[in-house]
Design a protein around this ligand. Sequence first.
Ligand code: PMP
Length: 308
Amino acid sequence: MPLTPTRKIWMDREFVDWDAATVHVLTPTLHYGWGVYEGIRAYATSRGPAVFRLGDHVDRLFRSAAVYLMNLDVTPEEIAAAVKATVAVNELDSCYVRPLVYLAAGEIGLNPLPSPARAMVAAWRWGRYLGEEASERGCRAVISGWQHIGPNSIPPTAKGTGQYVNSSLAKASACKAGYDEAILLNPQGNVVQGTGENIFAVSDGALITPPVHEGLLAGITRDTVMTLARDLGYEVRERPMVRTDLYYAAEAFFTGTAAEVVPIVEVDDRPVGAGTPGPITAELRELYGDVVRGRVDRYKHWNDYLDD
Ligand code: PMP
């Protein structure tokens, strides 16, 4: 996806011009992948831009940083304020926001502990992560030959920069083979998630999704969609899933901040259900779109307005 520059990026408590937001080539994170980040979206609402579930994203950033033993000298409150300020200073109404914690240059080697952690926040306009067509008409997914990282190799519940090599290997193979997205299996052979999304199947009118202990990122969109579905009266079951659960499903979809709610219409060249986006997926997708835009009173506590 092309990256369209905005004006300013927040680095070490100040705004710098987009082109000046650089790090040294010997920054350890570039060499060894030791960093943590978040992906957040802000949406245009009738009251101006609102960041969706900002507190939950900042909490996850600090939990990821704790897993990676990164001690930040900025507080969660400062990062939350920086996210809002970055949206405001760039005059964005609806955008993607990327806070990242990385190791600053000065030390080199595989021991990350002596390197100081630094934080940055950038924001840019970003359309549909999986593309307009795949998002609207549904995407074609394939089970990846790349095994998902397990809890004793690289902790999948943290959002560490280096662990995305696993996702990108799977994504690249899927794209080269002509699919929109890959689905990864864990070392036990169970379905875990997409490369940057959680996954759901719909069977007998109920939602099924793998439990966090299968080795997935506890997605904030996953949690949002589970809440919306339960509030609509659907049963939501968290249970281990195998690939044939997707083959037999009536519907399937991905969830993620960047991707939002995206129907899966094909897995491994087999149509899911009718091979078109299913009605429960469409209902959740539409409701999600309204909730993030602050149109549903019941969920307004998730909309964090810039002047809140
Ligand atoms: N799984 C992975 C591997 C991801 O990168 C993401 C995106 N952060 C998700 C799931 C979805 O998480 P969220 O809904 O919090 O964006």
